[in-house]
Design a protein around this ligand. Structure first.
Ligand code: IMP
Ligand code: MG
Length: 173
């Protein structure tokens, strides 16, 4: 596997995003929703750089990848229990690829009457996007390729690596 982004580059980027969020949500409170499992590492690093009153929640999404429906089929496995009506909400995940899971989850949260819902992903992977949406905040943008580490897995492996790697054919076991 080849390192694409090392731990120092990631830490620098996460701090920058945290500073941007601290500025943009100045004077308000933020509810940050992490997507398990992939978003766990980015989420825990990011919230330490948001210098505002922050509350957190986590959800799990499962995708059936149904290509017949425009948004695919996304199921919410452990929805947040907290009320978000009137609140600013930020969704945090590892990567936006096709965009199907995040577009569906965003719509779901919007139905609960929040003041705003935005999306923040560590990686914005652009070439396979099937929905007209981009993350509002992202760390790094790549066109394509399968990457692992810093929360991202291949068949549940590699999630805990502190760097982000490009997975090559020989790494798929
Ligand atoms: P979506 O296609 O944007 O809905 O992304 C769904 C999920 O696919 C992401 O949350 C990741 O779990 C996974 N995924 C997409 N691209 C990659 C990758 O390059 N490495 C690891 N997981 C990925
Ligand atoms: Mg994921």
């Amino acid at each position: 596997m080849k390192v694409l982004f090392n731990a120092r580059e990631i830490a620098q980027k996460v701090q920058e995003i945290g500073e941007t969020l601290t500025r943009e949500y100045d004077g308000t409170e933020l509810f940050v929703v992490g997507i398990l499992k992939g978003g766990f590492m980015f989420m825990s690093d990011l919230v330490r750089h948001i210098h505002l009153p922050v509350k957190i929640g986590f959800v799990r999404l499962s995708s059936y990848g149904n290509s017949d429906s425009p948004q695919g089929d996304v199921r919410i496995l452990n929805d947040i229990q907290e009320a978000i009506k009137g609140k600013h909400v930020l969704i945090v995940d590892d990567i936006m690829d096709t965009g199907q899971s995040l577009v569906a989850f965003k719509r779901h949260l919007e139905s609960k009457g929040p003041r705003s819902v935005k999306i923040c992903t560590m990686i914005d992977k652009t070439e396979r996007r099937t929905v007209p949406m981009e993350p509002d905040y992202y760390g790094f943008r790549i066109p394509e390729g399968f990457i692992v580490g810093y929360g991202l897995d291949y068949a549940e492996d590699y999630r805990t690596l502190p760097e982000i790697y490009v997975l090559e054919p020989d790494d798929r076991r």
